[in-house]
Design a protein around this ligand. Structure first.
Ligand SMILES: [Ca+2]
Length: 378
């Protein structure tokens, strides 16, 4: 299925800048996330909802790129908090990362005690805990029970105007690969790549590592990453590992007064997973290696949401080239090229200011509180 990325990269990217710089209408977004271990995904989805509350975007679907047990339920819980509990959700079928960490080959045993020495649920603990703390806020306790991401992607895309949808991935590329490989069906007479070419105007991906190396999202399903990057028919904007690693966010919401159990899942995750200021002050270099700073957690995924909704111009410099997977062990490589199909984001606005913008979005109260929250707890 290998194909040239698109016929006129320069024209397409020029159009991209115009399109994302001058939004007259809310940006139509599909959000694709891996709520399996790390938690910048939670910040990213919170930012997306805040931007939707402000009328800057319209969220079309929120899908999981993993089969990790609580991955879909966590997305639903955050959607519910923002009054959008009815958004389409989905997960990959037949393949995809699962378990308590990206390298796991089996799913977490649902009967495993929650957080018992964190041994049974590993990095997935925070998401299993979210589902335990917010009963009644989600439909799918196991991602494998959720609809097929192929069906949701195809149904959502088919219903949208041509060249109108922005896809923002902040996890693995499993769903993107599977979508490209879909065949014509009852939803659309177009095969996956043709449907994407017709309906999608841009893919913004938190993925890859500059100038070369391995990055979590692109390496754990490397075959899907390779197929997705090589065959995607629109420009791709990358917020890569090196850009987001020293953008920090999340301490602001973590340090807000505790509203009590079961009231704010976004605050819960950041309050429960960010080291204290004193801990970081004691050994900032060690915490930086673990992707924490005084401002909170590295905000890789939140930066992708900013670029997807508000565009490149206000915040980032753009470098043209091509990201591609090399070899079979999940490594990637950036090749600069002035008419390349990809854009890599680099610092324009100081990163500390990007962190403050993200924090401000995460701190916003939902515009549409989901009724009396307690009334939804079964
Ligand atoms: Ca992620």
């Amino acid at each position: 299925m290998r194909a040239k990325a698109f016929p006129s990269a320069s024209l397409a990217v020029a159009a991209l800048f115009a399109a994302v710089s001058l939004h007259a209408a809310p940006v139509k977004i599909i959000f694709d996330s891996d709520m399996i271990t790390d938690f910048d995904d939670v910040g990213a989805l919170a930012c997306l909802h805040a931007l939707a509350d402000a009328g800057e975007c319209e969220i079309l679907a929120t899908v999981s790129s993993t089969r990790g047990n609580a991955s879909v339920g966590a997305i639903e819980t955050i959607n519910h908090y923002y009054g959008r509990g009815d958004l389409p959700v989905a997960a990959p079928k037949g393949m995809g990362v699962m378990g308590e960490k990206a390298g796991a080959t089996v799913k977490v045993d649902p009967s495993a005690p929650l957080g018992e020495s964190k041994g049974n649920d590993g990095g997935h603990y925070k998401y299993r805990k979210m589902l335990a703390d917010y009963p009644g806020w989600y439909r799918y306790a196991d991602a494998d029970d959720a609809p097929d991401a192929n069906e949701v992607y195809r149904r959502v895309l088919a219903a949208q105007p041509d060249c109108s949808v922005v896809i923002c991935t902040v996890g693995f590329l499993t769903n993107i690969r599977r979508l490209l490989e879909t065949r014509p069906d009852d939803i659309s007479a177009l095969a996956g790549r043709d449907l994407v070419a017709k309906k999608v105007k841009l893919w913004v991906a938190m993925a890859c590592r500059y100038p070369s190396g391995k990055e979590y999202n692109s390496k754990w399903d490397a075959e899907s990453s390779r197929i997705a990057f090589e065959n995607w028919p629109t420009p791709i904007v990358f917020s890569d590992f090196e850009y987001g690693r020293d953008v920090f966010a999340g301490r602001a919401i973590a340090e807000t007064p505790d509203p009590g159990p079961g009231r704010n899942p976004v605050r819960d995750v950041f309050a429960g997973n960010i080291p204290s200021r004193a801990e970081i002050a004691g050994d900032p270099a060690q915490w930086l290696r673990r992707s924490f700073g005084m401002g909170g957690r590295s905000a890789w995924d939140e930066t992708a949401v900013l670029a997807a909704v508000r565009g490149i111009e206000p915040y980032f410099n753009a470098n043209r080239g091509t990201y591609r997977m090399v070899g079979n062990d999940g490594a990637d490589e950036w090749a600069p090229c002035e008419d390349g199909p990809h854009i890599r984001l680099t610092e324009k606005l100081p990163k500390a200011e990007i962190g403050r913008i993200i924090d401000e979005l995460m701190l916003r109260k939902p515009k549409m509180p989901s009724q009396d929250v307690s009334a939804n707890i079964k």
